[in-house]
Design a protein. Structure first.
Length: 454
């Protein structure tokens, strides 16, 4: 490991925990966006000494332990700042931050990526770039910085990111005579993916013709629907929003064609009500994220392969983004908050956290050292995708990882897209369902003056 990034000193300086964790809490934001402000809060620098409050969401025991250990290590490493950590149950976390007056929020707080713009809009987060070190920002991956940036300001940095792909059973693929991608550069086209489903059906061991899992058990009308399937819209050349409007983008011909193709796959899909369709061998392909690797690897061993999502005409695309860290807008000790974040985002802390949860590290140096994600690692495809970030605009095949729309209106965008996707999957006309969603999104944006963010 690069020793220049692993020193464990911390001092105040001078002048699913999965991508899906937001699925339920996002709804709590929808009715709480009125009265927001576009002003950029200014956090007082403070003395760089004293006690700072830190809020985080409580998730898996291994992740909680890794975070608690990092906080304890920070407090041992120096005497100027003491970080007091408060863990809030994951299902309540976003609702708690939403309901808390900005003045009562902590100095440092965790948030799920898509909620960031809403918190900025409501004056709850301040830019952190004045207080974290240049080295910390430079070491953050470009994909993570895209998630955390609004305009000229950086509001969030993360310990880990997320990845999306198709897991395949090589034994079954080979038996069906299906050639499959070896990396991001040779993704199946949508037509080739459909042809693979047909070929796999001919060798389906249980004879029901269900050869694909799309993680339907998560619910397509939840955040999973947006995270998992907005990439097909982007890959087709469409968008969820264009210049702050959904009409003409979300219901454009590219998006309609993409979801029509997804709709055509339903006869091949195992509903996966038990969550074990792929691991138990009922299907040969599983459309899901990085978090399933431990279970799938244990079940399939060397027969497991990880593939990019199919290319709908403008290059393969993936969702990205996860929980991140920021500075509360009412903090009066920006220097101390920055020192804590520098420590939390160094290789030792990031390495321990990503070992605990299996997610892609969100720093260049930790990613390069990861046994799972480094070159030659079993999950290199996820790292390769994240190394080609698009930001919020999926501009052709030269980029892969797309950030979900950075807007305070995101809760409405994801809610309406999810409902449209679920309706299309259930047999509704794609154009009709997407147009209904686009109208609802644009009405909400109009009612909220476009959700200004400054």
């Amino acid at each position: 490991m690069n020793t220049s990034r692993t020193r464990r000193t911390a001092r105040p300086r001078g002048p699913l925990r999965t991508a899906l964790a937001v699925a339920l809490p996002l709804a709590a934001l929808v009715s709480c966006t009125g009265g927001g402000t576009a002003a950029v809060p200014t956090v007082e620098a403070g003395s760089g000494k004293g006690t700072i409050r830190v809020w985080a969401h409580q998730g898996q025991k291994s992740e909680d332990a890794a975070l608690q250990a990092a906080v304890a290590a920070f407090n041992r490493a120096q005497k100027d700042v003491k970080a007091e950590l408060k863990l809030i149950p994951g299902n309540d976390y976003t609702k708690t931050v939403t309901a808390t007056d900005p003045a009562s929020l902590p100095d440092v707080m965790e948030f799920d990526g898509p909620t960031m713009a809403n918190f900025v809009h409501n004056g709850k987060l301040a830019p952190l770039d004045p207080y974290v070190s240049v080295e910390t920002v430079a070491n953050a991956t470009d994909a993570v910085k895209a998630q955390g940036t609004i305009g000229d300001h950086l509001y969030g940095l993360a310990m880990y990111d997320s990845g999306l792909g198709v897991y395949g059973n090589k034994k079954v693929l080979d038996a069906a005579g299906v050639d499959y991608p070896k990396g991001v550069g040779d993704a199946w086209t949508a037509e080739e993916f459909t042809a693979a489903l047909k070929a796999l059906k001919s060798v389906d061991p249980d004879g029901d013709g269900k050869v694909l899992d799309v993680s339907e058990n998560y619910g397509l009308a939840t955040e999973w629907g947006t995270y998992g399937f907005s990439p097909v819209v982007w890959s087709a050349g469409g968008a969820l929003l264009e210049d702050g409007r959904a009409a003409g983008a979300l219901d454009g011909p590219e998006a309609v064609k993409a979801l029509t193709t997804v709709q055509s796959w339903k006869p091949y899909v195992d509903p996966n009500t038990d969550g074990n369709a792929f691991a138990k061998g009922r299907v040969a392909l599983s459309w899901v994220g990085h978090w399933q690797y431990p279970a799938y690897s244990a079940a399939l061993g060397d027969d497991l392969t990880v593939l990019p999502l199919p290319d709908f005409g403008h290059g393969t695309k993936t969702g990205q983004g996860s929980w991140a860290w920021g500075i509360g807008a009412a903090s009066k000790n920006g220097k101390a908050a920055g020192a804590f974040l520098d420590f939390l985002l160094d290789d030792e802390s990031v390495g321990a956290m990503t070992k605990a949860n299996g997610a892609p590290p969100a720093t260049h140096t930790a990613l390069a050292e990861s046994e799972l994600y480094r070159k030659g690692g079993p999950l290199q495809v996820f790292a390769d995708q994240l190394a080609m970030p698009c930001g919020t605009r999926a501009a052709g095949p030269s980029c892969v990882a797309v950030t979900r729309p950075v807007t305070a209106g995101y809760p409405v965008v994801t809610s309406e897209f999810g409902k449209a996707l679920n309706a299309v999957y259930g047999g509704a006309d794609p154009k009709t369902a997407l147009s209904k969603a686009a109208r609802a999104i644009d009405r909400d944006f109009a009612d909220n003056d476009g959700y200004p963010l400054g």
